[in-house]
Design a binder for this molecule. Structure first.
Ligand code: HEM
Length: 468
């Protein structure tokens, strides 16, 4: 591939350069080599890093670039590219179209999506009130459980109390899969054959155990649905999906026959793996930023009061009247989106902008670079929600430079749900509480923890009930 890039070692390529914070190395390369550069992950196909929002938008809308780069050891059923995240071609199109329609219409729910999310917000509020203003040291886990629960009630129709061990296990499995990927991913990428020799040492056993646990949990839930569902009144996503399987007579469809239920397991697991951690990480950052920026918090609280009088909870329908709140959420997404998206695979040999991309090339979008490029943002280092507002601060300004959900044909199908959930959680918590630093703890650190994604380091936070 005729592009500039760092010099790569045989077999391991640039993997050693990527430690400990991969996104910082990628940032350095984009600064040095420009909007398109190449590097090498292990002995596999070349990777191309895109650091320009116009090129990203153009490429990701083209058919040859919508494949998915997947390490087969990390897939739910090892090596089977089914479900949503890892599938391609016809299966991907069918499963994605169906899931997006259900997430959008949500016509199958007994109660609306809003009331399901509000139930979680209310439980969270109760739990925070119980601390009576004492510092909390694991807000990450609390948010993560709330997000798993919120997704679970939409997909599987049930919610658990936040103390329920079943829910805790599910959350741990999902978080665990990401952590294992971060810890041992490099070796599995360089030398997947090591799994036959030292499977425990390179994290292979741990990842497969997690995936089996997830499959078991989801399979049991599906079985319970089959035993109790009534075709004419589906209760949740799983019921609607089971109906679709029954209805399908086209033998070529991925909703047909014995394999269809496996697809369902993979789709449900994918919704959790993609949705729970990413939403709770963004909310965790939002809490951390508000804790360090009292001015932003006060302005947010003033807008909430102007719209609701603080005499009722905030609801979806308030959104159009709350541009500052939406700008705060945009600013958190700009700062804390998945730093290099989710990799794509080139499906066929392709020429683009005069450059030849062989089949299987790995494409990564450098969102961290794009979201912190001074040419696009002026003062990217500052947390300044006003950058997303018109000069009178009465409306959101359109921008093509913010792409936390990526863009094009594989764009995140959970975007609306994620934004709505974050909106309801954030506004209703800030309406009830002042989010404060613990005066007895060191000042929180805004540098992300070392991990695969960008997560805040653990910190202490006080939720003080508002009396005003
Ligand atoms: C703030 C929260 C979230 C962020 C920042 C986020 C971001 C992303 C990104 C960057 C991608 C890769 C898109 C691509 O490959 O071009 C993605 C894919 C995906 N996301 Fe999200 N996401 C979030 C929440 C959710 C939620 C709540 C769900 C589920 C309801 C979800 C489900 C998915 C799925 C299934 C995919 C794979 C789509 C495909 O391959 O066609 N995401 N997300």
């Amino acid at each position: 591939i005729n592009l500039p890039g760092p010099w790569a070692l045989p077999y391991i390529g640039n993997l050693l350069d990527l430690q400990p914070r991969m996104y910082l190395t990628l940032d350095k390369w984009s600064k040095k080599y420009g909007p398109m550069c190449k590097f090498q992950l292990g002995a596999g196909p070349a990777s191309v890093l895109i650091a320009d929002p116009v090129i990203a938008k153009e490429m990701l809308s083209l058919d040859p670039f919508v494949g998915r780069g997947t390490v087969k050891e990390f897939t739910l059923f090892e090596g089977e590219n089914i479900g949503l995240i890892n599938s391609e071609g016809k299966i991907w199109e069918q499963q994605r179209r169906f899931t997006m329609r259900q997430l959008r219409d949500f016509g199958f729910a007994k109660s609306s999506m809003e009331s399901m999310i509000m139930e979680e917000v209310n439980e969270m509020t109760e739990r925070l009130l119980a601390f009576k203003g004492k510092p909390i040291d694991d807000i990450k886990n609390k948010l993560s459980l709330a997000m798993v629960n919120s997704l679970w009630s939409i997909v599987a129709g049930t919610r658990y109390s936040q103390d329920d061990p079943k829910l805790r296990d599910l959350a741990r499995q999902i978080n665990g899969a990401f952590d294992e990927a971060a810890k041992s991913g490099a070796l599995l990428v360089i030398a997947p054959w090591l799994k036959h020799i030292v499977p425990g040492l390179i994290g292979y056993n741990a990842i497969r155990r997690l995936m089996r646990g997830l499959v078991d949990f989801v399979s049991k839930t599906i079985k319970e649905h089959e035993d109790t569902m009534q075709e004419e009144s589906p209760r949740d996503f799983i019921d609607v999906y089971l109906n679709e399987i029954k209805r399908t007579t086209d033998g070529a469809s991925s909703f047909y026959g014995a394999d269809a239920e496996k697809q369902l397991i993979a789709v449900v697991a994918d919704l959790f793996q993609a949705g729970a951690d990413s939403m709770s990480s963004i909310l965790n950052w939002a809490v951390l930023y508000l804790l360090t920026l009292p001015e932003v918090q006060r302005k947010l609280q003033a807008e909430i009061k102007a719209v609701t009088g603080n005499s009722r909870p905030v609801s979806f329908s308030d959104k159009p009247k709350m541009p500052y709140t939406l700008a705060v959420i945009n600013e958190v997404l700009r700062k804390a989106a998945p730093p290099f998206g989710v990799p794509h695979r080139v499906l066929t040999d392709t020429e683009y902008r005069g450059i030849f991309f062989p089949k299987d090339t790995n494409i990564m979008i450098n969102l961290y670079y794009i979201h912190s490029d001074p040419k696009l943002w002026g003062d990217p280092e500052n947390f300044r929600p006003e950058r997303f507002l018109t000069s009178d601060e009465k409306a959101l300004e359109k921008t093509e430079n913010l792409n936390p959900f990526l863009i094009g044909r594989r764009q995140c199908p959970g975007e609306t749900l994620a934004k709505d959930t974050i909106f309801l959680f954030l506004t209703n918590l800030v309406q009830k509480f002042n989010i404060l630093a613990d005066p007895d703890s060191p000042e929180p650190d805004l540098e992300p923890a070392v991990s695969f994604l960008v997560q805040p380091k653990p910190y202490q936070v006080v939720f003080q009930e508002r009396k005003d």
